[in-house]
Ligand binder design. Sequence first.
Ligand SMILES: NC(=O)c1ccc[n+]([C@@H]2O[C@H](COP(=O)([O-])OP(=O)(O)OC[C@H]3O[C@@H](n4cnc5c(N)ncnc54)[C@H](OP(=O)(O)O)[C@@H]3O)[C@@H](O)[C@H]2O)c1
Length: 326
Amino acid sequence: MKVIEIRKPGGPDVLVPAQKPVPVPGPQEVLIKVAAAGLNRADVLQRLGGYPVPKGAPDHPGLEASGTVVALGEGVTQFSVGEPVCALLQGGGYGEYCVAPVAQTLRIPNGLDFIQAASLPESYFTVWSNVFEFGRLGAGQSFMVHGGSSGIGVAAIQLASALGHTVYATAGSDDKCRFCESLGAKRGINYKTEDFARVVLEETDRRGVDVILDMVGASYLMRNVVALAPEGRLVVIALISGSTTPVDLYQLMAKRVTITGSLLRPRDVAFKAAIKAKLEAHVWPLLDSGRLRPIVDKVFPLDEAGKAQAYMESSAHRGKIILSVS
Ligand SMILES: NC(=O)c1ccc[n+]([C@@H]2O[C@H](COP(=O)([O-])OP(=O)(O)OC[C@H]3O[C@@H](n4cnc5c(N)ncnc54)[C@H](OP(=O)(O)O)[C@@H]3O)[C@@H](O)[C@H]2O)c1
């Protein structure tokens, strides 16, 4: 099969077509003929040599894909050959075939095509686990996401607002802020021209928000604490600005805030199976009904994976970038 491999760590041009054997599904796995694969920032980090591949995972990139089940591993009863699916992968989405654990494979929501379906798994597994499990965003509570126009941000805004939460989102331009508002955010905050903590306090009568999903890291830490409500939770999922910074512990004590974070990819199949069950119960019905809509910014052919990643690195996109495979 054709795959896109990382020839060596470097710029987008190190992504080149290569041939690999079609993988064989193991017990409780399915073989998928890939129709489309979603791009994620982690793929860019992997290309740059900064994101080690977990043991046993394919070394060509791609954390999510959609397509048709073409073979079943031992013990698989939940899916049949010919069924359209989308899946969260350990790697290997940038190729004509991939293998996925049943526990990370979902049916395609009603009315969505393969391109749209490929945009779902990484964002919704990440948002559900971090915002609703680790962040414990509860009924009536308020929420802010940084990077509101990112693939993750778009899913977070739509899902939290569909579930009745007041949502704030930061983004790097006024246009992106209006885009976040069109998805359900009460207020988009342009982090280049506004102090997000000050805006959030003004918007919430100085109370702050209950949960923040952060991908910026070090430089935002103490301002995130300022923007949190008493007993608020900060969940860090990426470190765009770095990982170390001084912390004023008094501020944590005074507000009783919790700071946590997580990485999805290294978690085991049992963890992902538990999140899949939550997605099937709470998120897929909202996709079926059209209440949540996948936002696909641009589609590139598989051979142009380098161009697609360069486009992602430009941060010009809103929502997801997808590779069309077959
Ligand atoms: N921990 C996990 O398990 C996990 C899982 C999935 C994703 N993630 C992380 O979540 C983030 C979003 O992922 P994605 O695939 O959705 O990426 P993406 O679509 O490429 O989004 C990244 C966004 O970050 C914003 N950004 C870039 N530089 C920034 C800066 N200096 N300050 C503030 N914002 C900045 C950009 O928007 P602006 O134009 O608004 O700056 C861009 O849209 C990535 O950092 C990714 O690594 C983590």
